[in-house]
Design a protein around this ligand. Structure first.
Ligand SMILES: [Zn+2]
Length: 229
């Protein structure tokens, strides 16, 4: 019996190791000891980093690298981690942000009632592009229909949707829908005092960020985060 257990264990171990080497896990866990953190592995979808001040999550894609807090605690002997969001492209130009605001103001249903609208901003051939994807729209939701690999959804580094007259706060629906890795924004109170709130989303983890360096804001559009502070 003992021999059988040994054989089973041995077989399991030897067959497991090469499989991990061939297919490293999409989610990595890294304990931040006092050396410098390793680069994000190119095979990782995202990585949890455990530091002296909490658990953080990080991810990298072309044009965007982010590390965001998941939960805070104190753990002695580890390195402190700082949140950061780095977009390597220039800020989205004013003209495109103004176009989004205008399109948000005229988005309405058959009864002329305002509906939500979602926009995709992606960087291609040296320029930012604004796309209004085919979408399902209601007074309280908007959802792009195409999430395939070549869609503007997949290419979007920034996704912004409008809450028209309502406040620019991310809703529970937004939390459920915004499951990718990109910068998400919500525009609100667009008919009175337009405001925008942004956050980086890392596969269901969120961290609010200022628009600075991400969007060029027209004078009439307020960044909620600056107002909150
Ligand atoms: Zn929303």
């Amino acid at each position: 019996m003992k021999l059988l257990e040994h054989v089973q264990k041995h077989v399991a171990t030897t067959s497991l190791l090469p499989a991990i080497a061939r297919n490293p896990p999409l989610i990595q866990h890294i304990i931040a000891t006092n050396q410098n953190l390793p680069e994000i592995a190119p095979t990782s979808m995202y990585e949890y980093v455990y530091g002296s001040n909490g658990t953080f999550v990080r991810a990298k894609r072309q044009g965007l690298e982010a590390i965001a807090p998941v939960s805070y605690y104190k753990a002695k002997g580890l390195k402190a981690i700082s949140a950061s969001v780095q977009m390597t492209y220039p800020a989205v130009p004013l003209m495109l942000v103004e176009q989004m605001l205008q399109a948000s103001c005229i988005a309405c249903d058959g009864n002329n009632k305002p509906v939500e609208i979602v926009f995709h901003l992606y960087f291609e051939n040296g320029n930012w592009h604004l796309a209004i994807p085919e979408q399902e729209q209601t007074a309280t939701s908007c959802k792009p229909l195409d999430n395939s690999a070549n869609s503007t959804y997949s290419k979007a580094i920034v996704e912004i949707h409008s809450h028209h007259g309502m406040k620019a706060n991310f809703s529970e629906t937004d939390n459920r829908d915004e499951t990718g890795f990109r910068i998400y924004g919500v525009i609100g109170e667009i008919f009175s005092k337009p405001q925008i709130r942004m956050r980086v989303g890392i596969y269901g983890h969120f961290y609010e960020v200022a628009t600075t360096g991400i969007l060029e804001l027209p004078a009439q559009l307020t960044d909620c985060l600056e107002e909150d502070w």
